[in-house]
Design a protein around this ligand. Sequence first.
Ligand SMILES: NC(=O)c1ccc[n+]([C@@H]2O[C@H](COP(=O)([O-])OP(=O)(O)OC[C@H]3O[C@@H](n4cnc5c(N)ncnc54)[C@H](O)[C@@H]3O)[C@@H](O)[C@H]2O)c1
Length: 351
Amino acid sequence: MGRGYLTKEMKILVTGGAGFIGSSFVRCFMEKRQNPVVTLDSLTYAGNMANLEAVLGLPRHTFVKGDICDPSAVDFAMKGVGAVVHFAAETHVDRSIDDSGIFLRTNVVGTGVLLDAARRHNVKKFVHVSTDEVYGAVLEGYSTEGGHLHPNSPYSASKAASDLLALSYHATYGLPVVVTRCSNNFGPYQFPEKLIPLFISNALEDKPLPVYGDGLYVRDWIYVDDHSRAVDRVLWDGRAGEVYNIGGTKDKANLEITDFILNKLGKPASLKKHVQDRPGHDRRYAMDSSKIEKELGWRAECNFEEALAQTIEWYRSNQGWWRTIKSGEYRNYYEKFFAGRLAGSSAGSVN
Ligand SMILES: NC(=O)c1ccc[n+]([C@@H]2O[C@H](COP(=O)([O-])OP(=O)(O)OC[C@H]3O[C@@H](n4cnc5c(N)ncnc54)[C@H](O)[C@@H]3O)[C@@H](O)[C@H]2O)c1
């Protein structure tokens, strides 16, 4: 029994499970645990049923297509659920700069709808998955959980708002909420608008790799399955009302990542193209993860260079996955997948 009274029979609701990190979590969790899992995802441009192929059809897994902003869809998905792991979000900083509205709706309003439903359904644990970007740029040293929040993009501001909303439900209503803040993830199945899959796939297509500004922006990188293991630890044993930083302890400048990818794929440095910087671009993110290490015994296990090399190899040998996305064909894939399976309600499910 973990803190928050989870049991191995309890049904777990994972929101955003058809996305990059959510699908890694569902795969890792279902491999390790016996709990039934419900994945709730509205399948935005970033959601992809192909990411869930490993679990689709398993009797212990149910997929619900629905929007976290829709209370009836959320109620449908939360029936009989003991714990919620909340990944669903709009996640791409550049898109938030172009149009922040959907970020406020999904990340703030959607989180509020889930929290209200979690109260009604008497959920025993609510893990809200967030990001190191809420701390803003950290030029020196490392952000700790009690540190100042200083988000600089509409994306990170919407995440900071949802973190605070989630924590307020613990303080006000006693809902057993735990917030995690993780650094930059990489691995298979990441939508190819994010730096690493974009650069790998562009390099494979001999297209330019667009490096923002001088390319010296530093991020702490973590392999996605290490993040999923950390979320699993927090789900079982994280203390309600607490925040846990999850870092990979691997600070790298974007240019170092770019060079690594080009070298591994045997592509020329001339593919690097410096482009106009992103407005409000944070110079460096860095977190102190000693709390989760000491309290929950979690530590990033994957070696950065090995994991990045394996990730490059995954995109090289799974070109169908990202080429379908880049060509827009993947929309047809899941429209066909759902054709005839879902009744005309706001939410419906398949195994
Ligand atoms: N990618 C990172 O490096 C990183 C780092 C730290 C934290 N995070 C956080 O982790 C979570 C997952 O990130 P990701 O990179 O996997 O994102 P992603 O963009 O790959 O996936 C997001 C998923 O949420 C779903 N979704 C979006 N809006 C929805 C809605 N209204 N209703 C239901 N589902 C909806 C999408 O269809 C998609 O499947 C996010 O909360 C993000 O803020 C990401």
